[in-house]
Design a protein around this ligand. Structure first.
Ligand SMILES: [Zn+2]
Length: 344
């Protein structure tokens, strides 16, 4: 008999997210329609100092493209997307630059979109994942930081170094590669991992083979995720995933009672960062078989009216439910509930 917190929300086996660096206006034409068609939310990494401007950075392949303004970003939010901070200037961030690049940029983006920005996304390369940057990311209340390392993210990891899978037509020399719509999926299924894809702005043809894929390749990726993932994949805005992940890591389950008459548990949360905006957790409870017919779980939050949730029966004796968690929340199931229900 036990209560455990699922690795991922809704008890899903693995997670799929996708991010678009630079938040370019053309996404609305070439990417958003595919997201809408498949019901997969996205995430843009906005450069705070470039909002609404024409991009002009060094030799960038995306010079001349337009960074979204407030209206475009808010439209994405309405579609269930999230916005990350891709720095203020997209330059190398020195120790003296962190206030502007991480602190001011986060504040500005949050004002512009009217929503939290819990993720920092390193611009340029992993050079901007240096110790002073990650230390500042924690200090300014981010919940995680995204790199460009091609790897899975695991439920046990701390996640201030989030890996991202480049969804690019071809990788840089000397390793090269060909586009693979199935990249990292099998491994995510096996390890219960979180894939975060990244590209910039897929068009009819990739703007640069080492930086992007085409619109058709993007669509093929979504098809691969959904056909391989079925009901086991959680396609989610990375903001929701990082909130879940951080909440889970700060929550402990304590058993108050476990006998024939009932099971009761208490959740305790220690040092939950104040910038967590969603504390929903999915819980698996192993109960007596007799309590799994027409099951009811009692939830009591300190200072609030008790409530009842109807869990899902995911396998014999295992009940699953998603609740808004808080420190001191009590969860119970037992004979008393069963007796009352049948009127015996
Ligand atoms: Zn960038």
């Amino acid at each position: 008999m036990s209560l455990s917190i699922c690795d991922w929300k809704h008890g899903k086996r693995w997670v799929y997210s996708i991010t678009y660096d630079e938040a370019l206006v053309e996404l609305h034409r070439f990417s958003v329609p595919h997201h809408e068609a498949f019901g997969i939310p996205g995430h843009v990494e906005a450069v705070a100092g470039h909002i609404g401007k024409v991009r002009q950075i060094g030799q960038s392949s995306y010079n001349g493209f337009h960074h979204m303004g407030a209206e475009g970003l808010r439209d994405l939010l309405d579609r269930g997307w999230g916005v990350g901070n891709h720095s203020w200037s997209h330059e190398v961030i020195g120790p003296d630059d962190v206030e502007r690049e991480l602190g001011d940029a986060k504040k500005l983006l949050e004002d512009v979109i009217g929503a939290p920005v819990p993720l920092f996304c390193s611009p340029g390369s992993n050079v901007n994942m240096s110790d002073h940057v990650l230390e500042a990311a924690r200090r300014y209340g981010y919940l995680g930081a995204m790199s460009i390392t091609d790897a899975l993210n695991r439920p046990g990891d701390e996640l201030f170094w989030l890996n991202r899978t480049p969804l690019h037509e071809q990788y840089y020399a000397p390793f090269f590669s060909a586009y693979d719509p199935y990249r990292n999926i099998r491994f995510a299924q096996e390890e219960g991992g979180w894939i975060i894809d990244y590209c910039h702005c897929p068009l009819e043809k990739a703007v640069h083979p080492n930086k992007d894929c085409s619109e058709a390749q993007l669509r093929r990726r979504f098809e691969a995720v959904l056909t391989e993932g079925g009901d086991a994949v959680w396609c989610a805005n990375p903001d929701e995933v990082i909130n879940y992940h951080v909440t889970r890591r700060h929550t402990q389950v304590e058993t108050l009672q476990a006998d024939d008459s009932g099971h009761r548990y208490r959740l305790t949360m220690a040092d939950l960062p104040p910038t967590v905006t969603c504390t929903e957790l999915t819980l698996d409870m192993v109960a007596e078989a007799a309590w799994c017919g027409k099951p009811r779980v009692a939830i009591a939050r300190p200072g609030r009216e008790p409530e009842t949730v109807i869990p899902q029966v995911v396998r014999p004796r295992t009940l699953r439910f998603t609740i808004e968690a808080c420190d001191g929340l009590e969860i119970g199931i037992g004979q008393a509930d069963a007796t009352r229900r049948t009127g015996a």
